[in-house]
Write a protein that binds this ligand. Structure first.
Ligand SMILES: Cc1cc2nc3c(=O)[nH]c(=O)nc-3n(C[C@H](O)[C@H](O)[C@H](O)COP(=O)(O)OP(=O)(O)OC[C@H]3O[C@@H](n4cnc5c(N)ncnc54)[C@H](O)[C@@H]3O)c2cc1C
Length: 381
């Protein structure tokens, strides 16, 4: 069947309706741009994720126009007060609280629905179950062919994840990969025993626990090797295994790779990449979603001024602190002695972990303020 060529053309066509694509749609629509989004799947779209939103991600959500008090009341979520590290037996533990405002644990599908509802309210048009098959340049933008139709757009945004086809077609896929690990997520029905994100360290990676509601937690395992089952993964974290002895797994486990990967370029003429398609940091940082939201605001600003070079520069600044943290945490993963030393230093001097946490979430008022300001982008969106 021949594809008909559409007569109307949105300003922005986004490929991928994950958190990055939806945030980009919202930020662009906030600027008054006409936005359309396609995704190969149907909503709500689930994905393996630790489901923790750090305080900086919460601030960026507010920057996208969410009223956090009102909008988050519509979905189940759980306040997060800080981060706690444990070694595998929990014999060494250290914790730090978020300085100003809390984070949130929220089920991935609940976050998806929240973002989708906002995009729909702003007039964004969606094409579900449309998988991109090819793109061609036109005199006024791009022609994009899916399995169902042909769409036109002035700007094309690749928000299609780690294996972005848009990146490949636009010649933007050249990247440096610093690490490749495997993530596995499982929810458990149990009342959270803490308001902290708990990270359990072992020689087989990390398991981190995020409370997502009054009676559910999300556990994400991240490791260099693929665990055959969740129980195999849990066996490497005996302290966590004991905590979960009375908990029931809820829903099916879900796996995904996590990359620490930097793309050489993320824009080309009228094409730009966002989210995991534009490079990523290891899942253990808990930064992926916050990065998507900040990139979305930066992208919309440069679409609005028709200057994607602005976005290219902003993207590098946004990604830098999370990448530094990712490399630091991966060093602890690779060198057990360094990890033992670091965890016991954090236990003896909790202020060290506090400084690092404040730096990580872009809190400006800490004693390492000069360093913080040099590394952190301005989060006011
Ligand atoms: C185990 C694990 C734990 C994590 N924990 C956290 C955490 O606690 N906090 C945090 O902030 N981040 C976390 N992250 C990172 C976070 O999940 C990602 O950064 C985030 O999902 C990236 O979103 P995205 O929209 O860029 O990509 P995706 O969520 O992968 O979305 C891409 C979308 O593109 C669509 N698509 C792909 N190809 C096509 C095509 N050809 N045509 C049409 N559509 C297409 C897909 O269907 C999908 O909907 C974690 C990641 C992992 C793996």
């Amino acid at each position: 069947m021949p594809f008909h060529t559409p007569t109307t053309q949105p300003d922005v066509l986004i490929v991928g309706a994950g958190p990055a694509g939806l945030a980009a749609a919202i930020a662009s629509a906030n600027k008054g741009l006409h936005v359309e989004v396609i995704d190969a799947m149907q909503p709500p779209i689930d994905k393996a994720c630790g489901e923790g939103l750090m305080p900086d991600a919460m601030r960026s959500l507010a920057g996208l126009g969410f009223n956090l008090n009102r909008d988050l009341r519509k979905v189940e979520s759980h306040l997060l007060r800080g981060i706690r590290f444990h070694n595998e037996q929990a014999a060494t533990s250290a914790e730090a609280t978020f300085p100003a405002s809390p984070g949130r644990g929220i089920r991935r599908i609940a976050l998806h629905q929240l973002l989708l509802d906002r995009a729909l309210a702003l007039g964004v048009r969606f094409h579900w179950e449309n998988s991109v098959q090819g793109i061609e340049p036109t005199t006024t933008g791009h022609l994009l062919r899916t399995n169902r139709q042909t769409l036109r757009a002035r700007y094309l945004i690749g928000a299609d994840g780690h294996h972005s086809r848009i990146a490949t077609w636009a010649g933007l896929a050249k990247a440096t990969i610093y690490s490749r690990r495997i993530g596995l997520r499982q929810h458990y029905s149990i009342a959270p025993w803490t308001n902290f994100v708990e990270v359990y360290w072992s020689n087989h990676g990390q398991a981190y626990v995020t409370p997502t509601s009054a009676n559910e937690i999300c556990v994400a395992f991240v490791s260099n090797k693929k665990f055959p089952t969740v129980n195999h993964a849990l066996a490497h974290f005996p302290a966590l295994q004991r905590q979960l002895a009375s908990a029931t797994p809820s829903g099916a486990p879900r796996g995904s790779i996590t990359l620490d990967r930097s793309l050489h370029r993320i824009t080309s003429n009228t094409i730009a990449l966002i989210g995991d398609a534009s490079g990523s940091v290891d899942a253990i940082t808990g930064s992926g979603l916050g990065l998507c939201f900040r990139q979305a605001v930066a992208l919309a600003n440069s679409l609005n001024t028709e200057d994607l070079a602005l976005y290219q520069r902003a993207h590098r600044t946004i990604q830098r602190p999370a990448r530094i943290m990712s490399h630091g945490l991966l060093l602890l993963d690779s060198f057990p002695h360094l990890r033992t030393l670091t965890l016991s230093s954090f236990q003896r001097h909790p202020i060290l972990l506090e400084y690092l946490l404040h730096l990580h979430i872009g809190h400006r008022h800490c004693p390492f303020g000069v360093l913080t300001n040099a590394l952190q982008p301005d989060y006011t969106c």
